[in-house]
Design a protein around this ligand. Structure first.
Ligand code: NDP
Ligand code: 8X3
Length: 275
């Protein structure tokens, strides 16, 4: 018998106990928008900390390449999933049919999102507006709703939503992007209240300017315009948001960071940036 004193077990039993301990201790994160920027850095950080990762995005080759890289580098399990968060049917079909061994999710990071254009309200493009609302708002709603049965079944768990300083203050020509991120702030508050009975933590992180593919997407591939956004100061890096997400996810069960506004030192808020 070795139920109380592990040191008295034979080596094989000790090995078995150590392995089962490792299995029990492995946690799982699902992060959307992992093909670049914050999402990719978040997957890298959590994989480095030995979390198993479900990574999602639309660009299949990038998601699959990241999956191989994380598996090789960190010896963790990685499930790559390719879908558009705007596509309600695809979101539910994929997330309601996760392989059994992937159904215990400790942390959902709703990160996938984008800005398209930066134009005055009267000149902004309606299709861009719809894409931003469909991705940044409806995407979070679909993904979260699809995963909630699993989170509830698991008991507890944590949702981190990536908002923006654009969800704290509205800036000129920010219109629909700012509205979408204000919606993320409101949805985060709403989730936190409604999910209280299930002990699910809800954190919203509002980053300021960060050097990712964000501006390249916003300015539709215009590299010069995108680079100008980060000229003359040290912007936040994707790894900064990954580290902060990991910290928020590592706190004791009874502690929840509700909201965090994070900027680089050169930025005070949406309006003041020292270049
Ligand atoms: P990136 O453009 O580098 O990354 C965006 C990620 O979202 C990509 O992986 C992209 O993957 C994914 N994505 C976009 N649209 C969809 C979609 N319809 N379905 C599935 N995945 C999608 O930008 P960031 O990393 O900077 O952006 C991540 C989040 O952070 C966004 O919500 C953004 O609004 C927010 N944010 C960014 C800031 C910044 O200054 N960079 C500051 C504050 C907030 P794919 O194209 O493969 O689908
Ligand atoms: C991204 C930061 O300032 O472009 O959400 O809105 S900002």
């Amino acid at each position: 018998m070795c139920s109380l004193d592990k040191s008295s077990c034979n080596p094989l039993t000790r090995l078995y106990l150590a392995a089962s301990n490792l299995i029990i201790m492995s946690k799982t994160i699902l992060v959307t928008g992992a093909s670049s920027g914050f999402g990719k850095a978040i997957a890298e950080k959590f994989a480095a900390e030995k979390w198993n990762c479900i990574i999602t995005g639309r660009r299949k080759e990038k998601i699959e390449a990241l999956a191989s890289e994380l598996k090789d580098k960190y010896q963790v399990e990685v499930l790559p999933l390719v879908f558009d968060v705007q596509d309600r049917k695809a979101v539910f079909a994929t997330l309601e049919n996760l392989p059994t061994q992937w159904q215990s999710i400790d942390l959902l990071v709703n990160n996938a999102g984008l800005a398209l254009g930066r134009d005055p309200f009267d000149q902004a493009n309606l299709d861009d507006w719809e894409t931003m609302i469909d991705t940044n708002v409806k995407g979070i709603m679909y993904v979260t709703k699809a995963l909630l049965p699993l989170l509830k079944q698991r008991g507890g768990g944590h949702i981190i939503n990536i908002g923006s300083t654009a969800g704290v203050e509205v800036y000129k020509d920010g219109n629909a992007y700012c509205a979408s991120k204000h919606a993320v702030a409101a949805l985060s508050k709403s989730m936190r209240i409604d999910l209280l009975p299930y002990q699910i933590k809800v954190t919203v992180i509002h980053p300021g300017a960060a050097e990712t593919e964000f501006s390249l997407v916003r300015f539709k591939g215009d590299e010069t315009k995108a680079a100008t956004v980060y000229d003359g100061y040290k912007a936040l890096q994707a790894a900064d948001i990954a580290d902060i997400s990991f910290y928020a996810a590592s706190l004791p069960g009874h502690v929840c960071i509700n909201e965090l506004v994070v900027t680089c030192t050169a930025q005070a808020n949406s309006f003041y940036l020292q270049k």
